[in-house]
Ligand binder design. Sequence first.
Ligand code: XMP
Length: 476
Amino acid sequence: MRVRKEPGLTFDDVLLIPRRSPVRSRRDVDTSSVLVEGIRLHIPILSANMDTVTESEMAITMARLGGLGIIHRFMSIERQVAEVARVKRAENLVVENPYTISPDTTVAEARRLMEEWDSGGLLVSDAEGHLLGILTTRDVLFEDDETRPVREVMTPRERLVTAPPGTTLEEARRILHRARVEKLPLVTDDNRIAGLITAKDIVKRERYPHATKDQKGRLRVGAAIGVKAGELERAAALVEADADVLVLDIAHGHSDNAIEMLRRLRREFGDTVKIIAGNVATAQGVYDLAEAGADAVKVGVGPGSICITRVVTGFGVPQLSAIIECAQAAREVNVPIIADGGIRTSGDLTKALAAGAQTVMIGGLFAGTRESPGFIVQRNGRRYKLVRGMASLTANMSRQDNVELDPEQIVPEGVEAMVPYRGSVVEIVNQLVGGLRSGMSYAGAYTIPELQDNAEFVPITLAGLQESKPHDVELI
Ligand code: XMP
């Protein structure tokens, strides 16, 4: 048995010491950071792979803001693939394989498909992929006879504006404007569909200049997988669906299970996909996962808002100390780390990055937003959303691979809880990033590596913590 001499520290145990700053405006600060080699995020924030935090809607919003969402894994492979596909389709330079329907489809079926695919316009084509027309929501809006075939209500080929493959976005913008239409099918000389450019995509591109995108101009997205043998199949399906990163998600990431799975994934997929592994809380954890092939390591054992791992098992490392120790190791082996859990404020975010994390992952703080999965519930006139730990009792019981499990055998390491409904996650991210920008200016840092170089922490007492919060006033 050994006892470390230094007590473990977390965010509230320290403050960052201000220093002379050349930064004249918060706008001059660059908050971008590396997630994994080859993927940079404009804002260093990931939404957590929890079933009350990240599905496609959250992932789309996070990527548009310049962060990244990790789709959780507590759903069937098919559904997780569909969630990834929805993010990948949310914005395109060119939609390479647009949805098409046959001219014999009924209006009823077309309406259903538009809803299912979340698309306001479908290309109509024959079996060989020749363009025959476009069907938009306007064409079917007031159509009473749902049995009519699409060929009778669509805008036919001769009235469509089209362009050849290879048309640039600038050209497409001009054509769409001139014709006052919203969809520009790209067709070959023999009228085969080769792609689609939409006005919506062009507008979104202009509205979100810092969005996290892949080489094809699609939003980036991550997806979580587990360590059980069947999860290789999930990983293969997600890679096939063009997920940009896989997150190997296991509470004790510094385990033979995780390391073996990581090696297997590397053997299977080589360098075709980026893999984040975790969670760990020690330098040795970082070394071992990096050695097994992790592109980034996730740090945090027990700091999460809904975690009871430390209570139930007695294990964990206060998060700031864990980040500092892991960051030192990560620098030696040249992998980035992600600080996962415990972030409540922009001050915590700044401290996590200053301590050496390249990015952070956030769960509970994002669970009460419009973009998180789940319903708003009312209680005593207030609005809330539910959040639960992925090792909580109900999360365990709803797992597909746990159907036979006796509830009495489950030892939960997470809780179910409510968080106040907070509107859009965009507002929360804006506040977090605004606070980070301010923090960087206090550190005299234009970039996150400079923030890390300049950071000096001072441990504080309870009196210091009390002084740091509003005091001796009535809050309104
Ligand atoms: P925050 O504080 O942002 O933390 O809500 C999110 C992270 O918490 C972890 N997590 C859990 N940890 N039991 C745990 O000990 C759980 O049931 C559980 N569910 C999520 C996870 O790392 C997440 O990103």
